[in-house]
Design a protein around this ligand. Structure first.
Ligand SMILES: Nc1ncnc2c1ncn2[C@@H]1O[C@H](COP(=O)(O)OP(=O)(O)OP(=O)(O)O)[C@@H](O)[C@H]1O
Ligand SMILES: [Mg+2]
Length: 340
């Protein structure tokens, strides 16, 4: 007798997600849906091997059929999993089961920055800069591993409770390499497929030029603009006009959209949003350092770094040592004459 046909692969397309609650996928039992984006659904799930809660992201089945996406997903999930950083969501496992790509990661109890801005409106600039600083440290760490995020946006920034009043929030960056934009802009998606937001995309991503960490500087600057004003720098009625604005229009100064912010922030945002990567800050942390200095009114050059082993120092710059105490004079007189 022929064996029974295999069960159909799990479906998590819109409207059917509730079918999956309680089911087991790759050793994880799906407990509740956390949220969904344009190409994935994220569940709170139980890791049955280790008996712990995780966030399990199931990517839309079509993506597994796209070889380029699958290869990049596998590669970038591996690299992201290898980066051990306090502000990058730890990835536990990434793989494919029944034609569905999945990624298991730490469950972050909190809200993403998208929800936070939608609920609370613009955040105080001290909070905005604190959040940006944590995202910046995660991005620079990724860049040190030659990994460019490419999709920095409020929905990929998870904000959990911090440890104390000095650290009121702990921020995690997620979703390395899972960008729909790059798929659509390079022609992988079918015409008319939902592409997701283009509010944070850097000019060089749009024109298909090679990208490096400075495209994340641009996107982070768009996020900072939104955190401070409630809206990203460019808002247009249709996608074409928005892409044009990223490429050619000057961003509006923050101070025009939210009076009362330190005026020096305008120049910092303008530099981070420069059309050409070489005109931007060289790293995300430098961008945030400039934000901090502008907000504190100290300007970019007033902080003189401590010199540690910084090479030869001119003799004129060295002050003469104080005279030795009386009890030490015999020792000094044996070596050299004590200073008069
Ligand atoms: N590790 C996690 N812990 C808790 N919640 C998470 C985690 N990862 C993602 N989420 C939540 O799941 C929701 C869906 O995430 P997803 O990445 O699919 O969508 P998105 O980033 O909002 O949009 P897009 O598809 O455009 O990237 C988000 O609202 C996010 O807050
Ligand atoms: Mg996301």
């Amino acid at each position: 007798m022929a064996p029974p046909p295999p069960p159909p692969p799990p479906s998590h397309e819109a409207g059917r997600a509730y079918d999956l609650l309680g089911t087991e996928i790759a050793g994880y039992r799906l407990e509740s849906e956390i949220g969904r984006g344009g190409m994935a659904v994220v569940y709170r799930a139980r890791d049955l091997r280790l008996d712990r809660t995780v966030a399990l992201k199931l990517l839309a089945p079509g993506l597994a059929r796209n070889d380029t996406f699958r290869q990049r997903f596998t590669y970038e999930s591996r690299v992201a999993a290898a980066i051990d950083h306090p502000h990058i969501v730890p990835v536990f496992e990434a793989g494919e089961t029944d034609g569905v790509l999945y990624i298991a990661m730490r469950f972050v109890a909190g809200q993403d920055l998208r929800v936070l801005i939608d609920r609370r409106g613009p955040l105080p600039h001290t909070t905005a800069i604190r959040i940006a600083g944590q995202v910046a440290s995660a991005l620079d760490a990724a860049h040190d591993h030659d990994l460019v995020h490419r999709d920095v946006k409020p929905g990929n920034i998870l904000v959990a409770a911090g440890t104390d009043s000095d650290h009121p929030e702990h921020v995690y960056l997620t979703d390395f390499g899972l960008t729909k934009k790059s798929l659509s802009l390079t022609g992988f998606t079918t015409v008319g497929q939902f592409v997701g937001t283009l509010d944070y995309v850097a000019p060089e991503q749009i024109s298909g030029r090679p990208v490096d960490g400075r495209c994340d500087v641009y996107s982070l600057a768009c996020v900072v603009h939104e955190t401070l004003t409630g809206a990203p720098p460019f808002r247009r009625d249709d996608d074409m006009a928005l892409l044009w604005a990223h490429q050619y229009d000057a961003p509006p100064p923050l101070s025009a959209e939210r009076p009362g912010l330190p005026a020096e922030l305008d120049g910092v945002l303008a530099k981070a949003l420069a059309k050409s990567p070489q005109d931007r800050y060289a790293s995300c942390l430098r961008f945030v350092a400039a934000l901090r200095a502008a907000a504190a009114g100290t300007g970019p050059d007033t902080h003189r770094p401590t010199r540690v082993g910084a090479g030869p120092v001119s003799p004129a710059a060295v002050e003469p040592p104080p005279p030795p105490p009386r009890w030490a004079l015999p020792v000094f007189s044996q070596r050299e004459s004590p200073p008069s």
